[in-house]
Design a protein around this ligand. Structure first.
Ligand SMILES: Cc1ncc(COP(=O)(O)O)c(C=O)c1O
Length: 406
């Protein structure tokens, strides 16, 4: 969580209002460099490819670009954003099950693409046929079991890879990479299995000439102690991932002529810890022995983690009339019973206090529906300078897309 002193918090409230997203750019950059250098020490051709869907705030995407990162996008909308940020197709990985018209442009300009399904492979063969003067290259997202307790719907079943390779090569499409991504399996064992399976595919299908291997993401990132203690104690560090997951690639390619680019595609891993949300306490009530603290924000501002765990919090004591609550729930402004921001708070609290919630960078503002209220502004803090990076949404932002009867 970002360390803010009273002067900074009061300045934020005064300038940007009483509910604000805060991007901690200094520590984001530090964390980015640490992840990159830890993996590059083991495999120098490793690169970070930032997952846009997790948090596509343009200022964050630009920050990744300035750090020399690639962009991972999963729709035409995200693709256009990467272009607007200044990316060239060769630095964009196009993933996802439903790509639009930008796929063709991307392939013709030599961008990185991972096929998710057979229909996409067929479409790429047609694009190659229509453009005989272009060399068309694509990667394949491979789906295999890593014992995560569910069957992922993404990518091509590992048992059907040979067929896809044949379809593509018959149409003169070059296979230049392989990709995988599995969620809900952040531990070291499933990650070791990813590395092992990807290398066995390289071997089995004689893919020694490919340009890249992308391992997706789904790693543990850094966490504040209050959040970390709610996860398994053996959550790997970057160093451990490097030694167990990246090292097998270094060993395999040690004596090979070509060492492909090796990517991971961190989203939450990279951003979650470096966005906080500042909200205000506006009500306290007790119903049949249950205590509720009402804030001026909602669970939809705080991202996916707040629905599974208690986020790290810090209270700024700006209220005057102190109350002591026991096992209280912090609740939000929506009319949904599930709008719970924090469970089991015991201690002092006042109307007028501010609560800073940490670790809200993933699937928060990008996943915030225009439900009940427009969204709050976002600021970035770098070297103690504060900059607005997303203005407050307005009534017009929400209702301009609807038709109004005269
Ligand atoms: C293909 C792909 N890459 C990367 C990510 C980001 O993963 P994480 O947020 O766990 O770092 C996702 C998230 O679902 C994904 O689907």
């Amino acid at each position: 969580m970002i360390e803010l002193n009273d002067k900074q918090v009061k300045e934020i409230i005064e300038q940007y209002g009483n509910a604000v997203y805060i991007f901690n750019q200094d520590e984001f950059e530090e964390n980015y460099k640490e992840l990159e250098s830890t993996f590059q020490k083991v495999y120098p051709n490793y690169h970070i490819c930032y997952s846009y869907k997790t948090n596509y705030t343009p200022a964050i995407c630009k920050c990744v670009k300035d750090l020399n990162g690639y962009a991972e996008v999963v729709s035409d909308m995200e693709y256009r954003l990467a272009l607007k940020i200044g990316y060239i197709p060769q630095r964009i990985i196009f993933n996802g099950p439903v790509k639009g018209e930008y796929l063709e442009k991307h392939l013709l300009e030599g961008g990185i693409n991972n096929i998710d399904r057979v229909e996409e492979a067929n479409l790429i063969c047609e694009i190659a046929k229509r453009n005989p003067n272009h060399i068309i290259k694509t990667g394949i997202r491979v789906n295999f079991d890593i014992d995560a307790g569910y069957t992922s719907r993404f990518g091509i079943d590992i048992h059907e890879i040979d067929e896809i390779i044949k379809t593509l090569t018959d149409a003169n499409v070059i296979i230049n990479g392989i990709h995988c991504h599995m969620s809900r399996a952040r531990g070291i064992e499933p990650w070791k299995l990813r590395a092992k399976t990807m290398l066995s595919l390289v071997n089995k299908f004689h893919l020694d000439n490919i340009d890249y291997i992308s391992l997706g993401s789904g790693m543990f990132g850094k966490m504040d102690p209050e959040l970390k203690k709610q996860f398994p104690a053996d959550a790997p560090t970057y160093e451990e991932y490097a030694n167990e997951v990246i090292k097998p690639f270094a060993d395999y390619y040690k004596d090979k002529e070509k060492q492909p680019l090796l990517f991971t595609e961190p989203g939450t891993t990279l951003i979650s810890k470096y966005v906080d949300f500042l909200g205000k306490v506006i009500g306290i009530k007790k119903i049949r022995g249950n205590e509720f603290v009402l804030l001026n924000c909602s669970f939809q501002n705080l991202g996916e983690t707040c629905q599974m765990k208690n986020l790290p919090i810090k209270r700024y004591e700006y209220g005057i009339k102190k109350t002591t609550v026991l096992n209280a729930r912090f609740v939000g402004y929506t009319c949904l019973e599930q709008d719970v921001l924090y469970k089991g708070y015991s201690g002092d609290i006042s109307i007028g206090d501010y609560i800073l919630f940490g670790n809200i960078g993933g699937y928060s503002l990008v996943d915030k529906p225009p439900f009940i209220m427009p969204d709050c502004p976002m600021i970035a803090i770098k070297s103690e300078n504060i900059k607005l990076i997303k203005r407050r949404e307005t009534f017009e932002d929400i209702f301009n897309v609807f038709e109004f009867e005269e």
